[in-house]
Design a protein around this ligand. Sequence first.
Ligand code: C2E
Ligand code: MG
Ligand code: MG
Ligand code: MG
Length: 291
Amino acid sequence: VRATRGGEEVRGYVPSMGQIFLRRFQMVTQFRQALEDGQVSVHYQPKVSLPGKHVVGVEALVRWQHPEFGRVDPDEFVPAVEAAGLVGALTSFVLDKALDRVRRWLDEGLEISVAVNLSVRNLADEEFPAKVAAALGRFDVPPELLTFELTESGVMADPQRALPILRELHGLGIVLAVDDFGTGYSSLAYLRQLPVDQVKIDKSFVLGMGTDLGDLAVVRSIVELGHSLGLTVVAEGVEDDVARDQLEAMGCDVAQGYLISRPLSEERLEAWLQARTARSLGHRSETVLTL
Ligand code: C2E
Ligand code: MG
Ligand code: MG
Ligand code: MG
């Protein structure tokens, strides 16, 4: 097969395309078994409040250790799993792990909220809110300790269908956040109509704002817009002190990124939290831990 790009002939893509399709096909057919076999796990990345540096929660991020391909990125397998109609199984797997984690923290006297990423397909499933309510009940976790992160494009794909589901989730008391804000339609008028509590500024702007005035302007305006709509503003992709200080100066509420911590396995997160608790004895706030 030959293709042209800008009038130039492009060759040599056939074998690698074939490999990509094969790999994708294998991932999709093996996914359910992988869940059962323990190849799929959940890592957690802490989020801290900006002025106070309290740990306000963690984001659950799925990981797949594939026996043949090694570690596969969620950016690769989540879209494949979505396209194959298997994302319900993924979401309920991650949700159960996350709620179980929160439950065990509660048993230890810690109130740490967890954020789970949703797929557009979850927002097309009318049964989804009932499933979530059942999971919260099963783990006896208060809904305020659960956040769902959804992308703008996920909501915009089919707003007629997504909106009632979002309203139901919000009605349960779950916190809703718009993820990767600034990358999609960024329909500001739309944001006002969504039952959301938080916006997460996409990491591309946060990573770029030290060198690109355009990115800096985008970050600043999302912080202002978010606050004017009464939303909590979270920045992802905070990798250095300069970015952190700039965000703090702008009034951004929460930071998440490699500067604070990479996503960690459950075990390593435990150690990370313990190190923070030890350092902050006597300074416990309502958000529990201090960085
Ligand atoms: P996301 O929800 O926007 O998650 C943030 C991504 O940025 C994560 O990538 C995280 O590891 C990465 N990140 C965090 N801090 C930094 C930083 O300081 N610098 C840089 N360069 N990157 C940072 P990850 O874990 O590879 O996940 C990628 C995407 O896959 C997520 O983007 C989310 O859209 C999706 N995803 C992950 N877990 C799930 C899941 O359980 N369900 C669904 N539906 N999607 C998921
Ligand atoms: Mg997210
Ligand atoms: Mg994001
Ligand atoms: Mg993303």
